[in-house]
Design a protein around this ligand. Sequence first.
Ligand code: C2O
Ligand code: CU
Length: 460
Amino acid sequence: MTLGRRDVLCGMAAGAASLAFPARAVGTTELIADVGEMQLLPPQYAQTRFWGFGGTMPGPEIRVRQGERVQRTLVNELPQATSIHWHGIRIDNAMDGVSGLTQAATAPGDRFSYDFVAPDAGTYWYHAHNRSIEQVARGLYGALIVEEHTAPDVDAEDVLLLDDWLIDPATGQIDADFDAMHDRSHAGRNGNFIATNATYGLTRPARRYERRRLRIINAANARVFELRLQGLQGWIMAYDGMPLTAPRPFGDYLLLGPGQRADVFVDVTAEAGGQAHLLAVLDGEGLSQIKFEVAGNASGTRRGAPVPLEGNAHQMVQLDGARVLTLDMEGGAMGGLRSATLDGKRMNFRQLVGQGQFWAFNGAIGRAEDPPLANLSRGEHVWLKIRNATAFPHAMHLHGMHFHEVEADGRLGPLRDTTLIFGDQSREIAFVADNPGNWLLHCHMLAHAASGMTTRIEVA
Ligand code: C2O
Ligand code: CU
């Protein structure tokens, strides 16, 4: 007797039933990390090999409503272990995706299921968090958009992942010297090919006087983007996912450090038949990050100023009586760091350089595995004073919680998850430690994070 198709089906059904409905989360989608090829450079150049999620560059956009669940199973088909961090989400610590801290890195061939709720509306992103210095530079990132319950009054939306790729022009391939000592000790790994959403010369149609929401995400390893508008006028509506209580006129320019985001509403003011741009200024030159070809009019005039985006509920932090912490950042080229401790051993600068370590937090080479900067109890109010005694800017990112930047007059500034601090400047931030877990605090210039600028905060 031959085994008919029907028998096979019966056999499978019986097998499945005996598993008594394993806890396979409904709605889980695979997110495959794999090697791919893309036409990043203009067509006369070779294709570029990249590491990406879901076979596309950038990875698939994940879009949910505020309060909805995100379920993704990372399937690692890369030649290297990886993990996914959901940057800016006030997340359950076990889902934060920090290899070596909140989970073991997912080995090649293995999988890891992420399952969390997105409590806040806003513009977020996800990226690899194992050997980020290499994996983010190779392309392991995508946008994570959490929509407000009430959609704002805009005509169109553009999700823009800004990046600068470091490409070997002879081969068209990503420069594989990820641990270059010069990058680690200076400004980090800066690229030589700027592209938005991995698209060279990104162009979209637009109409005059329409209002667009730009969701701008700086996915670069180290570059601080100086952004300007041309043929557009707008307001900054949110930083790092969190709405400003009052929209701010865009002004002349906007600085966005690595890991930071901004939601900007722009009105197209360029004439029909003309062009409008979001520009990044590099060496005094404006490079288009997105070009709008303006065809026709959406209306006869601009509409009025926008109303603020729907707020995300945060407990108000009190500076009065807050626990004060300090973080002194030292080191790097021209930083004058004489010595620091590494693994509990005092080392002079030459010895540190031998270990590829250049930056110190409070006199120690900061690493995730070292004791935390602070052990906090849940609900504690924290006032963290950061002093950048180095010659370089740093983009300090706190996982798991947003913080206020404290302004010079002591008032609370906008909520952020990443703050940009220029050389020889200080920044104070304040937050309520309301999310239990082990939270990384590091420079998002990924070469810096890998050579001393990483610590963590533990919330009981
Ligand atoms: Cu966006 Cu620790 O990272
Ligand atoms: Cu840095």
